[in-house]
Design a binder for this molecule. Sequence first.
Ligand code: K1U
Ligand code: ZN
Length: 168
Amino acid sequence: MALLPILHFPDPRLQKVAAPIEHVDDDVRRLAADMAETMYAAPGIGLAATQVDVHRRLIVIDISETHDQLITLINPRLLGQSPDIQECEEGCLSVPGIFDSVERPAEVEVEALGLDGKSFRIKADGLLAVCIQHEMDHLEGIVFVDHLSRLKRNRIVNKLRKQQQKVP
Ligand code: K1U
Ligand code: ZN
């Protein structure tokens, strides 16, 4: 397994729309394992392939404190979402050190392929629903700061550009 480098906002590669995975083969399973290792090491509770510069529709999520409830979603598709909205503080491994509130549907139902290539459905609420929507946004080239006001986003861009200039 390997740790993968994570792209940082405002890298334009984070805006690419990911393509569907046509075959769930050993290459996809290896990428999913590397992404899970990268997510746990960061540490984070989710990671989309877009963030490691692979523009395929693959997500890993584990919101457990024990790191033993890994969910892998291949070609996830939104089946439904609740009309009620929840507001949650979000972070992103591609936007280090920035946390802000985002409003999203409180419950979602998603269909995806698992690592065995079989289709399954997942209904989620709370943090899992937030994380699934955050990661599915990445596959569409959307970063959580795109849900914030232009003023806030510009401040974040300037802060991160200054931080990135400091790195030797
Ligand atoms: O997509 C990502 O970059 C991962 C992101 C997922 C996420 C977090 C919070 C709300 C929505 C989506 C992260 O994991 S940021 C790091 C983080 O939240 C965290 C890290 C360690 C323990 C618990 C949370
Ligand atoms: Zn993110």
